[in-house]
Design a protein around this ligand. Structure first.
Ligand code: A3P
Length: 305
């Protein structure tokens, strides 16, 4: 009842009870078979973990920090693989301009080296992906992901969420939202973190030490940045500049009509924002949920700053 605009409803697929649109479900095999290339870089994330930030970072490192070429919209330079199938057919009518912008065929034909964004978990991508392409996986502590995803569901019209934060957090924990469930997504990547083609990043580390994380990305991609390029890139990726940067901030979504005018995609960019949103009782529930899901694993999230 809190999602007034899912006319066809969401579907829960297998494996993992993955939640997606009907349209994605119809195309899941096509994306599972989407051929990775040896010189691709894939940015794989659960939504709201710092995808856009990392995409721009990776694109810049791959393209010699070319600010001029970087003025092209990020979604053109670094396409969002499953985007054309995100909305159900009916929803697509509302955002057809956007879905026409990039198709899976266009990504297939894109010249190398491609920098591809996807929120699909590894188990729904080509089984040879990691043995073929470089993968940068970014994760963020789930408390801040919940808060960020809540605002996202208010911002993007196809979600049109009108419930409270508390209710939203429960939907998240019940694995009811787009791209749910969160933990299998993160844990599968975490299990592969030592694969030579995998770089596993935390949003919190990028906030704490952006320069250091850029260096790690550059090393991973076999690129060297001059001191000047590094300084400029740290500046370029800083929250203030990023929020103003029209090639990455998606403000265009407001003109295209798929985003509400209130709110921003590059919203706050802080760690620990959950403290401004969770009641003590909700925090307790979330803590228990995290603890249960991380039991027996060595993945740890930092939630106190
Ligand atoms: P908040 O909603 O907490 O502000 P994604 O790109 O995966 O959708 O992630 C979006 C989140 O990353 C948003 O979090 C957004 O503000 C944050 N973000 C984007 N660019 C950032 C930057 N340059 N520095 C810090 N956070 C950034």
């Amino acid at each position: 009842e809190h999602f007034t605009s899912y006319p066809e409803g969401l579907v829960r697929g297998q494996p993992g009870g993955f939640v997606c649109s009907q349209e994605y479900a119809r195309h899941a095999d096509e994306l599972l078979n989407f051929q990775p290339r040896g010189d691709d870089v894939w940015i794989v994330t659960f939504p709201k973990c710092g995808t856009t930030w990392t995409q721009e970072l990776v694109w810049m490192v791959m393209n010699g920090c070319d600010k001029e070429a970087g003025k092209q919209p990020l979604n053109i330079r670094s396409p969002f693989l499953e985007f054309p199938y995100l909305a159900s057919t009916k929803m697509q009518n509302n955002s057809s301009q956007m879905t026409k912008m990039i198709s899976v065929e266009m990504v297939e034909k894109m010249p190398s080296p491609r920098v591809i964004k996807t929120h699909l978990p590894l188990y729904l991508l080509h089984p040879n992906l990691l043995d073929t392409s470089k993968v940068v996986y970014v994760v963020r502590n789930p408390k801040d992901v919940i808060v960020s995803f809540f605002y996202h569901h208010k911002l993007i019209k196809i979600h049109q969420y009108n419930g409270t934060m508390d209710e939203f957090a429960q939907y998240f924990m019940d694995d009811e939202l787009f791209y749910s469930p969160f933990f299998p997504h993160a844990l599968e990547a975490w299990a592969r973190r030592s694969h030579p083609n995998m770089l596993f990043l935390f949003y919190e580390d990028m906030k704490r030490n952006l320069r250091g994380e850029i260096e790690r990305v550059a090393n991973f991609l076999g690129k060297t940045l001059t001191e000047q390029q590094m300084t400029a890139l740290v500046e370029h990726l800083g929250f203030e500049n990023f929020a103003k940067n029209e090639s990455v901030n998606f403000e265009v979504g407001k003109d295209l009509g798929f985003m509400n005018t209130e709110g921003r995609f590059i919203r706050k960019g802080e760690t620990g924002d959950w403290k401004n949103h969770f009641s003590a009782e909700l925090n307790d529930r979330v803590d228990k949920w995290i603890e249960k899901n991380l039991e027996g694993t060595d993945l740890k999230f930092v939630t106190e700053f």
